[in-house]
Ligand binder design. Structure first.
Ligand code: GTP
Ligand code: NAG
Ligand code: MG
Length: 393
């Protein structure tokens, strides 16, 4: 959508051009009025204000810049009550940078009931509707084919080896839930798209367009901000299991897949590359598809979520690489993002200034040698920003 930009610093000029301004607004209001009529968007919060004021002042305050048809989309956060205030900062950042302009809903999921304090604080921060869901027990427990003693023994051994979260049972339920169940929660039935948000994340830049509409209009199904390599010790047999699945289900794998992102030797081994799943903007159809459903069930039966410590990030990434057309995967290079310990920060100064980014480009991880994003650009012959070589680190 065209942007109407009337910087406050130029207001005196507009006073002189009062008539022209009125004309511009008339066209603007007409255009957007037509958009509301076309779409199924709820009435925008400021629509009536426009006609009851005159003058240039509301060019800064009340223009419904980001109206029009919206997607069936929601934010989704899996979280414990005790992480409320870490999450509150994430929400405030996402609202300030993006969602206060679009008012998308937010679904919160938990393996325990949310407290009233949690609901009060989060519903005050979110500009869209908030929904709170309890995870059904069968989505957060050992399936009956898992040998719990063996699983406990593995946790002990992986703890002794100091593998990150190696001794944690809840982390494993979390990874299995994010891999195969979050999109099956009834609260997610209302949506086609989601944006995953975790506690303690931050958006570094303003996002002035509807990312969900971008995904739809550009035929994207999965988008990431940061990619990285997995700790091999957490997934010793994930690739062997994936290969067995591929042999059994060749028909389910997309003919124009992106297997070359996850394997450097034509499928023989996993190169450990994955999209960092604490940030995801994606289509729920991907996970609800016959291909991914069969893949998740196969992995779940194999038991690696408990007998190893398979993460949802490699599982989602391999899933996206197998079941999507490679053109359906998108890197959001203009969204500055932080989740400890990595930043993505646009290294292109003009993007950083235009989007009011507050990050230090020298801390950007995107073009670092541990990141897999350069590989993603190379494989897809996408143009990398000028100066990317200087950020290899
Ligand atoms: N309800 C619930 N949510 C959890 C639990 N463990 C993790 N989560 C959530 O699952 C997501 C991933 O967990 P994190 O602890 O952030 O895992 P991580 O990102 O790999 O590790 P960090 O570097 O610690 O952030 C976050 O949204 C957490 O809030 C749990 O036991 N219960
Ligand atoms: C939550 O908000 C309700 C309504 O404002 C209030 O009655 C209740 O005391 C609040 N509870 C907590 C724990 O903040
Ligand atoms: Mg996290």
């Amino acid at each position: 959508m065209a942007k109407i930009m009337i910087p406050a610093s130029k207001q005196p000029v507009y006073k002189k051009l009062g008539l022209l301004l009125v004309a511009v607004f008339t066209v603007y209001v007409f255009f957007h009025g037509a958009q509301y009529a076309r779409g199924s968007a709820p009435t925008p919060k400021y629509s009536t204000v426009l006609s009851s004021h005159s003058g240039y002042k509301y060019s800064k305050v009340e223009l419904p810049k980001y109206s029009g048809p919206r997607e069936k989309a929601t934010f989704v956060t899996l979280v414990r009550n005790r992480d409320l205030y870490s999450l509150a900062e994430s929400i405030k950042s996402v609202e300030d940078r993006f969602n206060s302009k679009f008012n998308y809903d937010w679904v919160f999921l938990n393996d325990e009931e949310f407290t009233d304090e949690f609901k009060n604080v989060t519903s005050a921060l979110v500009s869209g509707k908030t929904k709170y869901g309890l995870i059904p027990q069968e989505h957060w427990s050992f399936p009956d084919w898992i040998d719990e003693e063996k699983a406990a023994q593995v946790r002990k051994e992986m703890g002794e080896k100091r593998i990150i979260y190696g001794d944690s049972e809840s982390y494993r339920h979390m990874c299995r839930f994010e891999s195969g169940f979050f999109y099956k929660h009834p609260l997610m039935d209302d949506y086609d798209w989601y944006w995953r948000v975790e506690p303690d994340i931050k958006l570094h830049c303003d996002i002035d367009y509807d990312v969900f509409r971008f995904m739809k209009d550009n035929k994207k199904k999965y988008a990431f901000a940061i990619s990285i390599k997995e700790y091999e010790a957490t997934i010793p047999t994930l690739w062997a299991t994936t290969r067995k699945f591929m042999e059994l289900h060749r028909d389910l794998i997309h003919e124009n897949n992106m297997l070359d992102f996850v394997s450097d030797d034509n499928g023989l081994s996993y190169n450990l590359c994955h999209f960092w799943s604490n940030f995801e903007i994606a289509s729920l159809d991907l996970w609800r598809s016959p291909g991914y459903s069969a893949y998740f069930n196969y992995l779940d039966q194999a038991g690696g979520f408990f007998y190893e410590r398979w993460g949802d990030a490699p599982v989602h990434s391999i899933g996206a690489a197998l079941f999507l057309d490679r053109s359906e995967i998108h890197h959001f290079g203009d969204i500055g993002y932080y989740h400890v310990p990595f930043h993505s920060c646009p290294i292109d100064t003009s993007i950083r200034l235009a989007n009011k980014c507050d990050c230090d480009p020298s801390k950007d991880f995107t073009w670092h040698s541990y990141s897999c994003t350069t590989k993603f650009y190379n494989l897809n012959m996408l143009q990398k920003p000028a100066g990317w070589q200087n950020h290899i680190g």
